[in-house]
Design a protein around this ligand. Sequence first.
Ligand code: ATP
Length: 363
Amino acid sequence: MDPQEPPKKRIAVIPGDGIGQEVIPQALKVIRASGADVAMSEFDWGADRYLRDGMTVPPDGFAMLGRDFDAIFAGAFGDPRVKTNIHAKEILLGMRFKMDLYANVRPVRLLDAALCPLKGVEPKDVDFVVIRENTEGVYTDAGGVFKQGTPDEIAIQEDINTRKGVERIIRYAFEYCEQHPKLDGSSRSRVLMVDKSNAMTHAGGLWQRMFKEVSGEHPQITAQHMYVDALCMQMVRDPRPFDVIVTNNMFGDIITDLAAGLQGGLGMAASGNIHPGKTSMFEPVHGSAPPIAGKNVANPFGAILTAAMMLAHMGLTREAEKIEAAVREAVRQKKTTQDIGGTLGTREAGEWVAERVTKRLSS
Ligand code: ATP
């Protein structure tokens, strides 16, 4: 290897369960077609492995991922045969929490007007991003159940918000706003913090104070605030004003499913779980979707767009752009799965995009 050449990027691939095992191979095909100079190693962590030998994550698993890889590309976790869902929690939440991947970045982009259920909305009208706090909130599972199974049962689910956690996610949102232009090349200019501080005053108060403090350091960015209920209504009435949205773990989870609806459904949505400077993990927003698993009907575009996001994160922006352009063309020509109006299967849709990427490379 030429000593001047940057080292090959290393990607750990964990397809996981259900449709994860169908969509990830399509995304890998597209990555290879893009000519990206990456080395990919596959891991079989998931329900099959757990049911076979009880392993969810090997003892040094997270340390190994952080040490030996530049990025992790994950499918989906969850299988009806594992009633407790313990493997999904240990693998997926394990990566997010133990590797401290605190910023869950979910771009919301409409690739074609036909995919949006709203009347008169064009691709230029839907190009925003949701930055979801990923390591705190109610998903830490702090709390407990007392007197379970009796009429006096009490269930407590704590909402954990630390100053460090809230400050860093808000800071990340402002930095993202400065560094990531829109699809049409124009700059982003607004950060909207979403909470429910009128009802949840303790946690909301901390978010409000941190938002004021950090926004004061970025006077060129317009700082805005909305309650989460009002945001939901606005999102389906008119998504045009949104740019960068920052919010907590649970609100982010919920509003990004709603936002996925604006871009063609769960099969179209990409995400990254990021800690700047550390090995980050990229996964489609959808889950393992057991009802449609194994039928070659799952939409692979969310996974393929996630692959593009991962390549861009590692600096392979040309390859990422080629992939995104090919997916946009597939949507335009209806070379898609049925959920977004096409007639192709998972494999055939993936194949079409891979061929398109290869053609663009050779033309
Ligand atoms: P999780 O709890 O892991 O987020 P979930 O049960 O909430 O998962 P999903 O597994 O993502 O949700 O899927 C819910 C439904 O959405 C699926 O049953 C399926 O109908 C649809 N869906 C999700 N992903 C896709 C996809 N890639 N292609 C087509 N349909 C999809």
